[in-house]
Design a protein around this ligand. Sequence first.
Ligand code: ATP
Ligand code: MG
Length: 357
Amino acid sequence: MREFKIAAIPADGIGKEVVAAGLEVLDVLAKRDGGFRLNIETFDWGSDYYKKHGTMMPENGRETLKQFDAIYFGAVGAPDVPDHVTLWGLRLNICQPFDQYANVRPTRILPGIKSPLAGVGPRLLNWVIVRENSEGEYAGQGGRSHRGFPEEVATEVAIFTRAGVTRIMRFAFKLAQSRPRKLLTVVTKSNAQRHGMVMWDEIAAEVAGEFPDVTWDKMLVDAMTMRMTLKPETLDTIVATNLHADILSDLAAALAGSLGIAPTANLNPERKFPSMFEPIHGSAFDITGKGIANPIGTFWTACMMLDHLGETAASARLMRAIERVTANPLLHTPDLGGKATTRIVTDAVIAAIEADN
Ligand code: ATP
Ligand code: MG
């Protein structure tokens, strides 16, 4: 019996609802498979924890997490706690020290889901976006002087290191190589940003030399938004900086039908530390407690986690169950224009897992 230790951190808002649903599904999946066991421990970290203790997670939280094989994460953010506290206090407090430098976001249109792009279905839109997750524009460097005075200046410095750019390029080329089309688009802004982005381009070209079987091209981020919208079929694997990929992946999620469907993995590819798996949506307090959050993104996230753990058969089974459910409009939550609840969708996915052979 293969055994894995999973840390579940549902955190805030609908994160609690969709992770609870995800854990139910994982439990059924492991029993159905019979070959592996998931030992799941759930942590109550997040904004409620912050209101009691003044921190989003305990001081020794990371030491605790180190003993796990993977982290299954919900969402952070609460209306009465500042965003930078919730984000830096929990999510980034795990991502950065655990060196989860590759953020991977598969994007495709699932059966039964309508893209806002007329006539675009799964055959024309099947991407995976790789986001540099450890440096760049979100390095947190900079400052403010003359605060509040008319001469106030604020700087926000993007940091690109040769080591950081090289490792994300290698990761992206390798991922592109593993996909049928072996096609990579490197997103850049080197026409306007003359230092970091120029080095980014140079390193892309260097690393490309190690992957002669991968076809690659370079695209300015502004033009990229048009290409994603007008010629989605020309794209496959995409690599971009922290900021650029943050923006492009919201566009990608919208083009694929709903934010509620999209999954992501924060990977430490060397496996020195646990990797973290989460839906890309936030805590969505506007629908929290209503029982209508779409759990599909969190289920797809579980597929990525199972793949990472090497349980590819179970992952494929879960993906088949997800696709059987999305194909039926009666099982769509309100974000997809339907009337189904989190409960109904979860039960349907469980039934589809049990019926799968
Ligand atoms: P963040 O600040 O982390 O981006 P947020 O709460 O501002 O979070 P999101 O949670 O990303 O924003 O959600 C944006 C919108 O999409 C909200 O109106 C929300 O209701 C909707 N939404 C997001 N996730 C889901 C989901 N899983 N199911 C249904 N609707 C969702
Ligand atoms: Mg948001």
